[in-house]
Design a protein around this ligand. Structure first.
Ligand code: R5P
Length: 291
């Protein structure tokens, strides 16, 4: 119990210092509560406003993927260079030490496996909010199939995750899946990203496309880009640079990092673009120096 006698008298109220402005750095997210903003501030670097998310959730639909045969061996050394780890609870719990002090974005849907050869279905709940809280997640990722056979189920899962996320201060990442029927057009990404944001996603993951600056402008919350299939390192850095230049707030990148010839160098080069204003050429030179 605090002593009630002989305490120093409170007198320094700093009357000359204005109280801090409480604007929040992340687009469209200034009206959430403290817990939500605190988690968002772990996901996105408050100084740059951006994030490097390392995605290694591919096994949940693809099984053992090149570069992820042994997550404990390949991802653990990369973790320190990423801002956020994005994966399933099974992969994180079994392969990543709880002492790795990085925010988790938990893949929280189950979707069709590669055997179905149809990335337009899925969207069932793969981990509920209680599971996310137990994993000390900083966000949950919900894959949505706008325009695909799985549209209705996946959007329902998104809405329920947003409801639960608002109850507990957990941001929801809405992921735009691109299935067989969906073309990777500006029009498609304008539609899909906006729908996910309108349904309450705190941030949205999509692919880089022509007219990306319009997709960013029309989406009221931050956008991060997926990397997609493995490209030559220079091309992947160019994609990241263009996305950041067009207003993306980061990457949620997997194969272009963990399938790189030099994964830690690649992760650090991406971070230079995302956080330090490097262009693609500068980042590629940096990659070559480290490789
Ligand atoms: C899709 O949602 C996947 O599960 C990955 O998280 C995503 O595609 C990012 O990985 P990559 O950069 O390899 O495309």
């Amino acid at each position: 119990m605090a002593d009630s006698i002989r305490n120093k008298v409170a007198k320094d109220y700093h009357l000359e210092i204005a109280p801090p402005k409480q604007d929040f750095f992340a687009k469209g997210l200034g009206h959430g509560d403290w817990g939500m903003k605190n988690r968002l501030s772990r996901l996105f670097n408050p100084k740059s406003g951006n994030t490097v998310m390392l995605a290694f959730d591919h096994g949940y639909i693809m099984g053992s993927t090149s570069g992820l045969e042994r997550i404990d061996v390949t991802i653990t050394p990369l973790a320190e260079y990423a801002d956020v780890l994005m994966a399933t609870r099974g992969a994180i719990r079994s392969c990543i030490s709880p002492t790795v002090n990085k925010p988790i974005c938990l893949r929280a849907t189950h979707d069709a496996s590669v055997l179905k050869n149809d990335m337009s279905v899925g969207g069932g709940c793969g981990a509920d909010m209680e599971a996310a809280l137990r994993m000390n997640a900083s966000a949950v990722a919900i894959q949505c199939f706008v325009g695909g056979a799985g549209e209705s189920e996946s959007l329902e899962t998104l809405c329920r995750a947003v409801d639960a996320g608002e109850r507990y201060g957990m941001p929801v990442l809405g992921v735009t899946a691109v299935g067989k029927e969906m073309e990777r057009t500006t029009q498609y990404f304008l539609l899909a990203t906006r729908i996910l944001a309108e349904l309450g996603a705190s941030f949205v993951k999509t692919y880089y496309c022509e007219g990306f600056e319009k997709v960013v402008a029309a989406c009221p919350v931050p956008i991060v880009i997926a990397g997609g299939k493995k490209l030559p390192e220079k091309d992947a850095l160019t994609m990241a640079y263009k996305a950041i230049s067009d207003g993306a707030k980061g990457v949620d990148m997997g194969r272009n990092i963990f399938q790189s010839e030099h994964p830690t160098a690649m992760c650090q080069a991406v971070a230079k673009i995302v956080h330090e204003g490097y262009n693609d050429q500068q980042a590629y030179e940096y990659y070559q120096e480290l490789a």
